[in-house]
Design a protein around this ligand. Structure first.
Ligand code: ZN
Length: 144
């Protein structure tokens, strides 16, 4: 039987224009708090200049290199940008990286590879941001 839990809104404060924040432990704690053994969790970022992805959390240099590469590929200023806010690069990066990730839950734990972490990607900070956590639980059928 499938049970959908109400979505949970969490906040995250970023400290620079581009920054990756590891949310893995926070998401794992929410899964444990909700006592979900078997299911899936969707982490959604409701912003147009911040995103979410899964990548390496062992070596912090990977976060640095990803942000630097995106900055090289998508410069802050281009002569053809029309968006008046001056953050077109942030919008482009957000669309490329994406707004949600889905992770399986088994035995009460997130199913992630050894080196994988859930990373919030700030592309127009520093700001107070939010992300949503939605858990779907696959409960064992009750009774016979
Ligand atoms: Zn904008």
């Amino acid at each position: 039987m499938t049970k959908s839990l109400p979505s949970i809104t969490e906040s995250v404060e970023t400290r620079s224009r581009s920054q990756i924040v590891d949310l893995t432990d926070r998401v794992q704690r929410i899964v444990q708090r909700e006592r979900v053994e078997d299911g899936l969790v969707i982490v959604f970022v409701p912003h147009t200049t911040a995103a979410i992805t899964i990548n390496e959390n062992a070596d912090p240099d990977v976060k640095h290199d990803l942000l630097r590469k995106l900055e090289t590929l998508i410069p802050k200023d281009e002569p053809y940008y029309q968006h008046g806010e001056g953050n077109s690069d942030s919008h482009v990066k957000t669309s490329l990286v994406g707004s949600s990730v889905t992770v399986l839950i088994e035995g009460g734990k997130l199913v992630l590879g050894t080196w994988q972490g859930i990373h919030f990607c700030e592309f127009d900070g520093p700001r107070e941001r939010t992300f949503l956590v939605k858990i779907v639980s696959f409960e064992a059928p009750s009774g016979d």
